[in-house]
Ligand binder design. Structure first.
Ligand code: SAM
Length: 217
């Protein structure tokens, strides 16, 4: 029987195919010693499709790494669109900027270096974001979600990666990242201005889950 990894390979071959800019971004990230924790190609394409189908022109990402998901999102916003992406590590940000430039998307992307909880307040007062993707230190996801609510408008999408953590979110002895996954889901449920669901995911990245919420008002 095929494994989730086999199926991921099949899906990538069938629905995504050869994508030199994304392949180069992953290769350069590996060569620079960045961890292999970018979203998978099908997940990147899901982000792209969510942004494209919702007509997103302004996207906020928290957690850039080597810019793999940033490239998907920057493609979706079109020439007049903009992606602001927040990254703690200056080294990761430099690799990301090179990858994004090589993909021909440098004009659309701003990488802001620093701890996101320090840099998010600087975004208050700007044009609201149409889509926010949370994919940095999972422990802070509940706090990032509160920031996302401040920085969006009714109709905006908020996507949060890694909220299931191989099911550890339901363990009483869960680590901080898994506990935060559960807290994030419960915050999504408790906020009256959010309508959300979570899709459990399998594949090359193992068992996890992606939350998707729309800001209702
Ligand atoms: N979104 C990327 C992708 O799919 O290509 C992957 C992001 S990776 C899972 C998480 C990134 O968040 C790492 O590059 C890490 O340095 C960054 N990070 C960790 N803590 C952070 C913080 N407090 N503020 C901003 N970025 C942070």
């Amino acid at each position: 029987m095929a494994s989730p990894e086999d199926v991921d390979r099949y899906l990538i071959e069938t629905l995504i195919g050869d994508d030199p800019a994304l392949t180069a971004a992953l290769a350069a990230s590996d060569a620079a010693g960045l961890p292999s924790i970018a979203v998978s190609p099908p997940q990147g394409k899901l982000l792209y499709l969510l942004a494209r189908s919702s007509g997103a022109r302004r996207v906020l990402e928290v957690g850039t790494l080597g810019g793999y998901s940033t490239i998907w999102l920057a493609r979706a916003v079109g020439e007049a669109g903009r992606v602001v992406t927040l990254e703690y590590s200056r080294d990761h940000a430099e690799v990301a900027l090179a990858n994004i430039d090589r993909a021909g998307l440098g004009e659309r992307v701003e990488v802001i270096v620093g701890a996101a909880l320090d840099t998010l307040p600087g975004l208050v007062g700007g044009t609201p974001f149409d889509l926010v993707f949370l994919d940095a230190d999972k422990e802070n996801n509940p706090e990032y979600l509160r920031w996302a609510l401040r920085l969006t408008r009714p109709g905006s999408l908020i996507v949060v990666d890694n909220v299931i953590r191989r099911g550890r979110l339901l363990d009483d002895q869960a680590d901080a990242a898994a506990t935060a996954g559960r807290a994030t889901i419960e915050l999504l449920a408790a906020q009256p201005q959010l309508d959300a669901t979570v899709l459990q995911t399998v594949g090359a990245k193992g068992w996890d889950g992606l939350a998707v919420a729309v800001v209702t008002d």
